[in-house]
Design a protein around this ligand. Structure first.
Ligand SMILES: NC(=O)C1=CN([C@@H]2O[C@H](COP(=O)(O)OP(=O)(O)OC[C@H]3O[C@@H](n4cnc5c(N)ncnc54)[C@H](OP(=O)(O)O)[C@@H]3O)[C@@H](O)[C@H]2O)C=CC1
Ligand SMILES: CC(=O)N[C@@H](CCC(=O)OP(=O)(O)O)C(=O)O
Length: 353
């Protein structure tokens, strides 16, 4: 495909971790040309100044944030911008006729009042919240949810790992919706590139800490989707932890069983549910996934343990937070919007060791 036939993409927030991962992945996408890398704070500087690993790979200078310029240069815009910033910027981009894939939490929650309660600032307009398609790719049977759409709200990193791990069992009615406990751990890149005391090396190295217990902004996103899947309101106990690693999320999830389901039953159920979807891999009995086994890739790996004594199942899911949890899934959404193979540009073997 010549450059003139490719889809032109702009990346706002290209100096952040989600943005720079979009660059890494899109540089290898056969149908996409990176037409503009954008920064609010460093316009005019070469992107490789801030990211020397891009030296001689990407020589572009950063553009400023201008909807008009994006309209001239690009067809699709990835907004890898903080919550609050996306909420203000995305309406302008949609008005300019651009296709938008937003990586922030601003358009994931359908009820503006719920959004405000958790994110602590004003919600975007209700009409836009309705228009935004929640892009958890494997929640849907095929790419029909995205095809031809112009505005995707990319899921959060923790919700991606959690929902892919729980949705099939919830849909089948095998787990009690009132019994869910999600114990989640993330690498520090999940907090973005900005520095603060919580991610300081000396605070984090050889440390392991819980944060935002029962207060995490991903709780309403998880409950909203599980509620849709279960057909009844769902609440969850959700505890996030910061671990001294760069990338990776592990969600260890506990639920009471509604019947006598074995580990093999779970494996069969999930294999059927995700049949034909290349990025969800189900582990054989007695194997549980580790974050390193998906590092740098778009995979979500899931394993199970059924405890016949307690009548509970433990479901373990892992992703790379910046790939399947952000940039990779955003590109998967673009692929499905365009009617392309969902794996274009994403055929990445995990980096191991
Ligand atoms: N890191 C992760 O694992 C995940 C992140 N996300 C979400 O993706 C989004 C990006 O996250 P991440 O890359 O980690 O965050 P970073 O903090 O690393 O990057 C955010 C970028 O946004 C840009 N920015 C800040 N203010 C503005 C503004 N007013 N206008 C335009 N750009 C602005 C900044 O760049 P500059 O100042 O140069 O413009 C910055 O580089 C966030 O909403 C985050 O919650 C979602 C899933 C996972
Ligand atoms: C480790 C870490 O700090 N992670 C972040 C994830 C932020 C994120 O991805 O936010 P949205 O998905 O809501 O945009 C957190 O827990 O808030």
């Amino acid at each position: 495909m010549g450059n003139e036939q490719k889809v032109n993409a702009a990346i706002v927030g290209s100096t952040g971790y989600g943005g720079v991962e979009l660059i890494r992945l899109l540089l290898n996408h056969p149908n996409v040309n990176i037409a503009s890398v954008i920064s609010a704070s460093s316009a005019g500087a070469p992107i490789a100044d801030g990211y020397p690993h891009l030296n001689e790979i990407m020589c572009d200078t950063l553009d400023g944030v201008s909807a008009e310029e994006m309209r001239r240069k690009a067809d699709v815009v990835f907004t890898a911008t903080p919550s609050g910033v996306s909420g203000r910027l995305v309406p302008e981009l949609l008005d300019a006729g651009l296709t938008v894939i937003d990586l922030s939490g601003d358009f994931r929650i359908k009820d503006g009042a719920v959004y405000t309660a958790w994110y602590k600032h004003e919600a975007p307009q209700a009409e836009l919240l309705n228009d935004a398609v929640y892009g958890l790719c494997e929640l849907y049977a095929d790419g029909g949810y995205a095809q031809g759409r112009r505005f995707i709200s990319n899921p959060g990193c923790y919700p991606t790992a959690t929902l892919l791990g729980l949705a099939p069992a919830m849909k089948a009615g095998w787990i009690d919706p009132a019994s869910l406990i999600i114990d989640a751990k993330s690498g520090v890149s999940g907090a973005g590139r900005g520095v603060n005391l919580g991610v300081h090396y000396a605070e984090l190295n050889e440390n392991f800490k819980a944060y935002k217990v029962n207060k995490h902004q991903h709780i309403p996103e998880i409950e909203q989707t599980l509620g849709e899947v279960a057909g009844t309101p769902v609440t969850v106990t959700f505890t996030t932890h910061l671990t001294p690693m760069t990338r990776g999320i592990m969600c260890t999830m506990y639920a009471s069983l509604t019947g006598n389901y074995s580990e093999q039953d779970f494996i069969s159920l999930y294999k059927d549910h995700y049949a034909g979807r290349r990025f969800v891999r189900i582990r054989p009995q007695g194997q549980w996934p580790a974050t390193k086994e998906v590092f740098g890739s778009n995979y979500c790996d899931i394993g199970f343990a059924v405890d016949e004594r307690t009548k509970r199942v433990t479901i373990i899911s892992v992703i790379d937070n910046v790939v399947k949890g952000a940039a990779g899934q955003a590109i998967q959404n673009l692929n499905l919007m365009m009617g392309w193979d969902e794996a274009l540009g994403l055929n990445l073997t995990p980096v191991y060791p």
